[in-house]
Design a protein around this ligand. Structure first.
Ligand code: C2E
Ligand code: CA
Ligand code: CA
Length: 627
């Protein structure tokens, strides 16, 4: 075998190169292996972190495909839903997450997801969800999109139970709604209040102007509401109001409004009432509903109401005009005897205009002293002596002639003119008293009628005292006549009529209780009030001859007055028979047409001087002539 140093060296060199190459390769492989191991470890760590966070997250995490099938869910989600994994994985949330009937449609959800995916935005929704045990909670879901390595889209949901936050928000909203409701409604009956009524009426009037629909306004006042309060107490009054509001609400359409605008006053506003006949039918229906009985303390109670109704004219957008009309109609209904329905029609409109003119004229007459006063004599039955005169107001209207006090006094009261009017009557009485005194008839008692407005008038007593003093009159020769209704107030009130009556009596004046024996007729008043006399009601006097009970009542009152030392005047004596009967019963004083109607100041003077202070009382049925 050929051998030499070079071939061997060459071989050795080659071997050495090969060995070195192999060693290098091994080193590289080792390094590569180490790098791969490192990368795998890092990947494992990352996966562990992902798993740790997914398993320990408080939020529910879910991955589902675009067909809503759940591929994966974390334990928090399973806990939140109260479902085992097998009920969740492979299913869609629509199968188990929603209360019965509340699950959205699958197509809608997919469409929403697609729209969100296209816009590239994340979306946040709050759903009411149900757990496996049926309890419900509010689930706030945040979803985004993720594509996997194959490019397939997945939906990633992050779910959070936000029930407490939602409930707190609901509480806040509920409180806000309640406050808003309270600001617009009456707390007792739940009916709308005045502010809300005005807002609604304005709104429907404006709407009606656009659509050509008229709006009806029914103004309702419960009759004798005070009686319910007085007889059965305030909770019965409340029950009556609640009953009325409920009946009204039950009888009108949802588009109508029932409002309580005063103590016992309601209004109903109905858009789209075509004519007055429909309006009247509607009102009668409501009146019948209110007239149904209501329960209170195991009793059936009843209440009725007066209705004033008006219908808007097209183009009218101010509720005030309509309110004024329904108000006037209500006033008419109440004065025509209550429990009535009055519709503001053409006739009433004419009357309204007349009354408005009358109101202006009355103000004018009161303020410029344009009223007259007449005087009706009071005579002592046993002697015929003219013991006094009652002062009565008269209004001669330019175009309407004489208007009776019964007609214009309520108007004067509404206009706030009654106290001024009464002060004029007081002045007339004082001046008549001066005339009689000057003519030598100083012992004639002059009386005038005092409303509660006068009694409460701050300068009334001062003016009365001053007027009497200036003329040197004896205060016991002046009498103030007050109605029982006037004194039906809280006696402890500082300026209550009862208190002022006591002051008047203490100052030495006479105070008569007018129209005694009918109406309120409280015998207790005789003891409670500081009155010095009574005027027996005309009706009782009239019935006395035909009705034995009335006669007995009159006899009893006469006796009682005598025992109590009260003056007593029988009013409305129209014939000798009545006068005779009263005399037999011991009635001391009478007043009435039989003696004289109320007459002018001059005629009153002539009546006294003509009879020289005392008239011979005839026993016949013949009427006495006035003068
Ligand atoms: P009143 O105080 O009971 O006055 C008696 C009323 O009966 C008067 O009516 C009088 O004209 C009428 N009268 C008198 N005698 C008879 C009779 O024999 N038969 C009948 N049927 N009637 C008779 P008048 O003047 O219309 O007054 C009505 C009411 O108006 C008065 O009733 C009184 O309550 C009130 N009034 C009158 N003047 C005033 C006033 O100046 N101030 C106040 N606040 N009220 C007044
Ligand atoms: Ca009177
Ligand atoms: Ca009277």
């Amino acid at each position: 075998m050929p051998a030499g140093p070079y071939p061997l060296l060459a071989v050795l060199a080659v071997v050495a190169v090969l060995v070195a190459g192999a060693v290098l390769a091994v080193v590289r492989i080792r390094r590569l292996e180490a790098r791969i191991r490192g990368a795998l470890a890092a990947e494992r760590r990352r996966a562990t972190y992902y798993r740790m966070s997914a398993e320990n997250a408080r939020d529910g995490l879910v991955i589902h495909d675009t067909n809503l099938t759940i591929l994966w869910a974390n334990p928090a989600y399973l806990r939140m839903m109260g479902q085992p994994a097998e009920k969740v994985i492979g299913h869609t949330p629509l199968d188990f997450a929603f209360p019965p009937g509340e699950a959205p449609r699958k197509e809608d959800v997919i469409a929403t997801l697609r729209a969100a995916a296209e816009s590239g935005r994340e979306a946040l929704h709050i759903f009411r969800n149900t757990r496996g045990d049926g309890t419900q909670f509010w689930n706030q879901i945040n979803f985004g999109f993720q594509s996997d390595e194959k490019g397939e889209s997945h939906v990633v949901l992050v779910c959070r139970d936000v029930t407490r936050a939602v409930e707190q928000e609901e509480d806040v909203r509920r409180i806000r709604d309640r406050l808003e409701h309270e600001a617009r409604h009456d707390g007792l009956t739940g009916a709308a209040n005045r502010t809300e009524f005005l807002r609604f009426t304005r709104e429907v009037l404006e709407g009606g102007t656009r659509t050509g629909q008229r709006v009806a306004l029914l103004h309702i006042d419960l009759d004798r509401f005070k009686d319910i309060n007085d007889t059965h107490g305030h909770s019965a009054g409340d029950a009556a109001l609640i009953h009325a509001a409920r009946e009204l609400k039950g009888a009108v359409r949802r588009s109508d409004m029932v409002a309580r605008v005063g103590g016992d006053e309601f209004v109903v506003v109905c858009p789209g009432v075509p004519d007055l006949a429909t309006l009247e039918r509607l009102a009668r229906g409501l009146a019948a509903a209110i007239a149904r009985p209501f329960r209170f303390n195991d009793m059936n109670l009843y209440t009725r109401a007066s209705f004033g109704c008006a219908l808007s004219t097209l183009g009218e957008t101010d509720p005030q005009a309509l309110l004024l009309q329904s108000d006037f109609a209500l006033y008419e209904a109440k004065h025509a005897g209550r429990s009535r329905v009055t519709v503001y029609d053409e006739g009433l409109h004419q009357r309204h205009i007349r009354m408005q003119r009358r109101a202006t004229d009355l103000r004018d007459a009161v303020e410029t002293g344009g009223l007259d006063h007449v005087f009706q004599p009071v005579v002592e039955l046993s002697t015929g002596r003219i013991a006094g005169f009652e002062t009565l107001v008269r209004w001669h209207h330019e175009t309407e002639g004489i208007i009776s006090p019964a007609d214009f006094l309520p108007m004067a009261e509404d206009l706030g003119l009654l106290a001024t009017l009464d002060l004029l009557s007081m002045e007339a009485a004082l001046s008549m008293k001066r005339r009689l005194g000057a003519a030598g008839y100083g012992q004639t008692v002059l009386s005038f009628n005092a409303s509660s407005d006068l009694l409460r008038h701050p300068s009334f007593i001062n003016r009365l005292v001053f007027g009497a003093e200036a003329a040197g009159m004896d205060r016991s020769q002046i009498a103030i006549e007050v109605l029982e209704t006037t004194v039906f107030t809280d006696q402890d009130e500082r300026d209550s009529p009862a208190r002022i009556i006591r002051d008047l009596r203490d100052a030495g004046f006479h105070v008569y209780l007018d129209d005694f024996g009918m109406g309120y007729a409280g015998l207790a008043h005789l003891a409670e009030l500081a009155i010095t006399g009574i005027k027996l009601d005309q009706l009782l006097v009239k019935r006395m001859l035909t009705n034995e009970t009335s006669a007995k009542i009159v006899a009893t009152i006469i006796e009682l007055c005598r025992d109590l030392g009260l003056r007593m005047i029988a009013e409305g004596v129209e014939d000798a028979t009545t006068a005779q009967r009263l005399r037999q019963m011991g009635c001391p004083l009478i007043q009435g047409y039989w003696l004289s109607p109320p007459v002018s100041g001059d005629n009153a003077m002539a009546f006294v001087t003509g009879h020289n202070g005392t008239i011979a009382l005839p026993r016949s049925r013949r009427r006495l002539s006035a003068v």
